[in-house]
Design a protein around this ligand. Structure first.
Ligand SMILES: Nc1ncnc2c1ncn2[C@@H]1O[C@H](COP(=O)(O)OP(=O)(O)OP(=O)(O)O)[C@@H](O)[C@H]1O
Ligand code: SF4
Ligand SMILES: [Mg+2]
Length: 389
């Protein structure tokens, strides 16, 4: 929790996780991959934070770095701190990190089969996990396992405990994973695209379950998804990531009411909305995300941004409050809305999804820089500002 006001507001939660200037690189045969480029954010106790952005923007790598499970040997934390409950996980010895991971931080991945052992019954896996991290007898661990399976909606949990993972449907397996994750009463749950592999009808149930159980148990949640619709109903705050940077951060309500970064505006216009006017088209974000093998230079969104100015090509803006001069609060319902942008869309431009100010044209790309808007601009030269991005 960072508050520069003289007194912290009463509703600012105590900080559980404090990620500072996290830098993650992959050193591959193909060269360096600039996966996470110095991001900072905090998470309060009991807070639910969404991490959204297109594929490849660094969502999973951020969280694998937090729990120190980056693919080895290529992936490395090359800078920054991950303060969890006051301890820096980025530098903690491996055996101690393993302990924190099992006991205090639980993870749910897209495909539960990657986390469940296929040749061991659910009972053995759950009991083993509980006994390994809590001082309880096997008998008590079994009773807890049954209780948890019941909580996540597995019918006849006593009987189902004897099953192997493959005897469950995808949705049921994800419920088992949630039960296992909650078995240790973790302080933090990280759910990485937890429903992508499930049928649409099951997705909502599983999300509702994660939301309800984390709220009931006061567990902090980081929910990773490329789908803004999913985080809308399930999180208190959202970090929007682009090319390994956080480009916008706000409470969920503020982000939807007043999206302020051109990329977030693009994301919102590209997703179906219940409040859309009839016939309102979905506008995909033009162009592709940057190649993460190139060292970041300038604003990473510049090649796709209709609001860009000349300086955007060279100067990557820091994350700063949308309203200048306000006290900086980094967690809780009063968290400061911040963006990294030199030329933010005005509210009516955000509503329309394109710049409308007279005379504005996206600044041309300097020699050697990719311009994802150029093809579009070339088609109808002179009316670029009228075009969807
Ligand atoms: N094992 C790896 N080796 C090399 N590069 C990797 C590896 N894992 C991830 N990366 C790179 O790191 C960057 C960030 O990847 P990450 O998996 O975090 O994306 P993401 O936002 O989770 O995307 P998605 O929505 O597709 O899951 C990408 O450019 C990706 O190619
Ligand atoms: S206006 Fe500039 S800084 Fe803002 S997103 Fe566009 S290119 Fe980046
Ligand atoms: Mg991912």
């Amino acid at each position: 929790m960072t508050v520069t006001a003289s007194r912290a507001p009463a509703d600012v939660p105590e900080t559980l996780l404090d990620v500072r200037d996290l830098l993650v690189r992959f050193r591959t045969h193909d060269g360096v991959i600039y996966a996470v480029n110095g991001i900072s954010f905090e998470l309060g106790r009991g807070e639910r934070l969404g991490l959204v952005g297109e594929s490849g923007c660094g969502k999973s790598v951020t969280n694998l770095a937090i729990i120190r499970l980056l693919p080895k040997p290529a992936g490395r934390i090359e800078g920054g701190q991950v303060l969890f409950d006051g301890e820096d996980l980025a530098t903690l010895p491996e055996n101690e990190v393993r302990h924190v991971r099992g006991r205090d931080i639980a993870m749910i991945f897209q495909d539960p089969m990657t986390s469940l052992n296929p040749v061991i019954t659910i009972e053995e896996q759950m009991v083993e996990t509980i006994v390994a991290h809590r001082k309880v007898s096997k008998r008590d661990a079994r009773a807890r396992a049954i209780e948890l399976l019941g909580m996540v909606g597995i019918p006849r949990p006593e009987t189902r405990l004897k099953s192997f993972p493959h005897q469950f449907s995808g949705g049921m397996r994800q419920r088992v994973m949630i039960a296992m994750a909650l078995a240790l009463e973790p302080k933090l749950m990280i759910a990485d695209e937890p429903t992508t592999a499930l049928d649409v009808t099951i997705q909502a149930q599983v999300l509702e379950l994660i939301s309800r159980l984390t709220t009931e148990t006061g567990t902090s949640l980081i929910l990773i998804t490329h789908d803004l619709g999913v985080v809308a109903g399930m999180t208190d705050r959202i970090n929007v990531m682009y090319a390994g940077f956080i480009v916008e951060t706000a409470t969920t309500q503020a982000l939807f009411e007043r999206p302020s970064h051109p990329y977030t505006v693009g994301l919102l216009h590209s997703m179906p909305r219940v409040d859309a006017h009839e016939g309102e088209p979905l506008i995909p974000i033009e162009g592709r995300p940057p190649d993460m093998r190139n060292a970041p230079r300038g604003c990473p969104f510049a090649p796709r941004c209709a609001w860009r100015l000349d300086r955007c090509w060279e100067d990557n803006p820091p994350l700063e409050p949308v309203e200048r001069g306000v006290a900086l609060v980094t967690t809780g319902p009063g968290a400061t809305h911040r963006i990294a942008c030199h030329n933010p869309p005005l509210p009516d431009e955000a509503e329309l999804g394109r710049p409308t100010r007279p005379g504005h044209r996206p600044a041309p790309a300097p020699e050697g820089q990719l311009d994802e808007l150029a093809t579009l601009a070339a088609v109808v030269d002179g009316v670029t500002a009228e075009l969807p991005r």
